[in-house]
Design a protein around this ligand. Structure first.
Ligand SMILES: *[C@@H]1O[C@H](CO)[C@@H](O)[C@H](O)[C@H]1NC(C)=O
Ligand SMILES: *[C@@H]1O[C@H](CO)[C@@H](O)[C@H](O)[C@H]1NC(C)=O
Length: 800
């Protein structure tokens, strides 16, 4: 029966024939935005016809919700809480503590211009984007009588639940909040008024939000409260007033472009394994970074590692302050690069008054506190430093006009009129998860790229042969529209084929992709999910924002708990040959990109673990400039990040996890090493994936890395799953593998390898469960044992 069905599919594919990209045939190029001054944001007025393809009732389930359609007034007077929460929760969505994840109930909750008074939290349900009118940013006004955790709450605590929450904090994926003013100033200054409770994980973002807080002396307001999670990216935020701008603890996070004005403590951090802050501006605060430090064991975890690049700080007594002195202990690894201080007497200090690094009005080039390693010699001696350190190699192509690492905000096209967009559904694509949309989508790209912004209405668009997104395309999804490759074309690992090709090799031009998920339907061992060929001469002209590659573990992928449960070790449960390939002529700006092979089934009703296979994560052969800002790559078989013959990359922070199932089977099984794709070789004894593997590459800066052997994460998952009562299968998984290796760092010998020919500088590298934090040419150089820093081990700086 199955063979017969496959034959039919192959015949159908042959009948359609290869779909060719011809390059756009449109005659009137897009040009600048033509929205009139009084126009609403295009997203408000575009036809709303997105669907959730795998919802039980896709014909009635509403993806786009305008809060005014649910009765919100936005007049600054009416209490809009109930109306907005009705807009969020309508349609049997995933929340309330009984559903920890789902991909079948996505929503965009849209706020037209106005002032929305609220008296209780707005709950950011799983898979929700809150989007304000980007042209006339709406205000969420906390009323004086406001009660609750925060104006927006992404993971509510269950009342009297003994600490239980709606979602598992490490699995709290797919949220975004954009274009708001959150105003707490009507609340009493003494109230611990909070803008956003953001306890989230990967595929989450905050952007373009202004937090207005009390400026009264001794006030207790805070912008963001985040006590744990595993993120994530946030950026383009402004905090005015308050006791804390961001009060944060989370395994890892990347922050870009935040401004703190008149906040007591701009950033307070209680714990982490590693965070990277890029382009932070701090004006008129008391303390810039206030860090809880001193814990060196898992049980006493405090702030593990902070990396700050391109900060501007003025009129603030203390830039960085730790709660405990470092004095040779590693807790509180800190690396600073390009820090411009104006009237900041203490650059780095300790609670109680000790100064570690004096400030003033000066620029700090590079300074490190922690273990500094140099050279490629075996088992390099750790040298604890609180001193200047070698600077990153920053080619001009990576920098903006002020000499900082370039950054580009997620494009929202707010200057464009709705007539400048074209909807793929209007043009005949179905997005229902079963219709083959290859030809329809290709025809749309061929006709409209460069002439219209292409709006991919929410849905799942199945493609069965390579879809080419030509150079010149600007593509916007809705609630992470899914483009899913499936069928015989992508099944053979010996003949890998791109699902989506962004530009043809040698193409020059713009390519902007936002709010899209690229996926596959299994079996797909031969899928190169995204082949990125486009090159832009404009910085950031070719990029992806809030766009993810999600492999398996979601309805419609055929790679789920039923057919691929943990331990099934079935090669048919393969989701990809490679997730993302940046080819030699390309360049790219990737911000908030999560490249994830699912370790659990998001639609199984309880985070139940799967064993799926994806050969490779991200391969870059690009000559740059390449920015990877807040990216993650997890659970791929051979490697998570691979740079081969690449140059001019800034990568911060990169987060990885090896596959949970390894070493059964041992890497590279069920794939084989393929020299056509510059695969790394696997020395004998290397049975698990590389987190990072770099060969023959130059001018590479890694500014923050958090690389974990996956067992620790699965250990956490097992415990949580068991509490849910669904853990039987997981426990045996857990017993099969054991966790003793975690305490002895012997799960894996090496996972971060650089060959001797490459020029790479690594800062703020945290690893979990591995013997060598860094190796060169297969030989251990940086011993993890030198850097106990809570759960993770940290090397603050490594340069050749
Ligand atoms: C999350 O943080 C809260 C508050 O600090 C803590 O009580 C809880 O145990 C943490 N949960 C996990 C799973 O780390
Ligand atoms: C930084 O954030 C501000 C505030 O949202 C925004 O106006 C600005 O364009 C952002 N800059 C960059 C380089 O992203």
């Amino acid at each position: 029966m199955l063979a017969f069905a496959l034959t039919l599919l192959a015949a159908a594919a042959a009948a359609v024939g290869p779909v060719m990209a011809l390059g756009s045939t449109c005659s009137s190029p897009l040009g600048p935005g033509t929205a009139a001054p009084g126009d609403a944001f295009w997203m408000e007025t575009i036809k709303h016809q997105g669907i959730a393809a795998f919802n039980p009732t896709p014909s009635s389930y509403q993806v786009f919700r305008n809060v005014k359609d649910f009765g919100a007034k936005g007049d600054g007077v009416t209490d809009d809480t109930a109306a907005i929460n009705a807009a969020i929760s309508a349609g049997a969505r995933c929340g309330g503590g009984s559903c920890d994840s789902s991909t079948t109930t996505p929503a965009v909750v849209y706020f037209p211009k106005g002032t929305y008074k609220v008296t209780q939290p707005l709950i950011a349900y799983y898979y929700t984007q809150f989007i304000g009118d980007a042209r006339n940013v709406p205000t969420l006004l906390a009323d004086a009588s406001f009660v609750g955790m925060a104006v927006i709450d992404a993971d509510p605590y269950i009342p009297n639940g003994g600490g239980a929450q709606w979602y598992v904090n490490q699995n709290n994926f797919f949220r975004s909040v954009r274009n708001f003013v959150i105003d707490l100033r009507q609340m009493p200054a003494s109230a611990s008024a909070t803008g956003i409770h953001w306890q989230v994980s990967q595929a989450t973002s905050l952007m373009n939000i202004v937090f207005e807080m009390s400026t009264a002396a001794g006030n207790a307001h805070q912008g963001i409260w985040m006590e744990n999670g595993s993120g994530g990216f946030l950026g383009d935020l402004v905090f005015n007033g308050g006791k804390f701008g961001m009060w944060v603890g989370n395994q890892q996070f990347t922050v870009r472009n935040v401004t703190m004005n008149n906040v007591d403590t701009a950033i307070f951090s209680i714990w982490n394994w590693g965070w990277t802050f890029q382009s932070v501006t701090i004006n008129n605060c008391q303390v810039g970074f206030d860090l809880m430090t001193g814990g060196t064991t898992q049980d006493t975890q405090t702030v593990g590692a902070i990396a700050v690049i391109d900060a501007t700080v003025s009129n603030t007594p203390i830039f960085v302050r730790s709660s405990a002195p470092s004095n040779g202990k590693l807790a509180g690894s800190l690396v600073l690069n390009n820090i411009r201080l104006t009237n900041v007497p203490t650059a780095v200090g300790v609670v109680g008054g000790a100064t570690v690094l004096a400030g003033g009005t000066t620029t700090i080039d590079t300074w490190a506190q922690g273990n500094v390693f140099a050279g490629t010699g075996a088992n390099a001696p750790a040298r604890f430093a609180q001193a200047g350190a070698p600077s990153p190699d920053k080619p001009a192509s990576l920098l903006d006009s002020a000499g900082r690492i370039f950054g580009k905000t997620h494009p929202q096209y707010e200057a464009f009129a709705v007539s400048q967009f074209v909807s793929v559904r209007d043009q005949g694509a179905k997005g229902d998860g079963t219709t083959d949309d290859t030809a329809a989508l290709q025809a749309i790209f061929n006709q409209f790229s460069g002439c219209k912004i292409i709006f991919v209405d929410a849905g799942t668009y199945l493609v069965t042969s390579t879809l080419t997104i030509p150079a010149g395309t600007q593509l916007v999804g809705e609630a992470w529209s899914v483009i899913m490759g499936g069928g015989a074309a992508f099944a053979d690992q010996n003949n890998p084929v791109p699902v989506v090709r962004v530009g043809n090799p040698g193409d020059e031009g713009v390519a902007e992709i936002s709010d899209i998920v690229f996926a596959t339907r299994g079996p797909a061992a031969g899928a190169i999910v995204v082949e990125w060929n486009v090159h832009s001469n404009t910085q950031g002209g070719a990029g992806m924002w809030d766009t993810h590659i999600r492999l398996g573990g979601a309805a419609g992928t055929n790679l789920l708990i039923d057919n691929c449960p943990a331990g099934s070790n079935n090669a048919a449960c393969s989701a990809a040959f490679m997730a993302l390939h940046l080819t030699p002529q390309s360049n790219a700006y990737l911000e908030g990109t999560w490249v994830w092979l699912a370790d659990h089934d998001l639609d199984s009703g309880g985070s139940r673990q799967t064993t799926l296979f994806s050969g490779r994560g991200i391969l870059s052969e690009s000559q740059g400039p390449v920015w990877m800002i807040g990216t993650a790559s997890e659970h791929h078989t051979l490697y998570q990040y691979r740079l081969a013959n690449a140059a001019n990359h800034y990568m911060g922070l990169i987060q990885t996890e090896t596959p949970y199932y390894q070493p059964v089977p041992a890497a590279p099984a069920p794939f084989s090493v393929n020299s056509n794709f510059n695969d790394p070789t696997f020395p004998s004894g290397q049975t698990s994936a590389f987190a990072v593997s770099i060969s023959n590459s130059q001018a590479i800066t890694i500014f923050g890395a958090s690389s974990s052997q996956a067992l620790i994460h699965s250990f956490v998952l097992c415990l949580e799953a068991d509490l849910d009562g669904t853990g039987a299968g997981l426990y045996s998984f857990f017993q099969n593998y054991g966790q003793a290796c975690l305490t002895t760092n012997s799960c894996q010998s090496q996972l971060f390898d650089i060959d001797a020919a490459s020029g790479v500088n690594v800062y703020s590298l945290s690893t979990v469960g591995v013997t060598w934090s860094l190796s060169v040419g297969g030989q251990g150089v940086v011993p993890a044992s030198a850097g106990p820093n809570g759960l993770a081990d940290t090397a603050t700086v490594w340069t050749k």
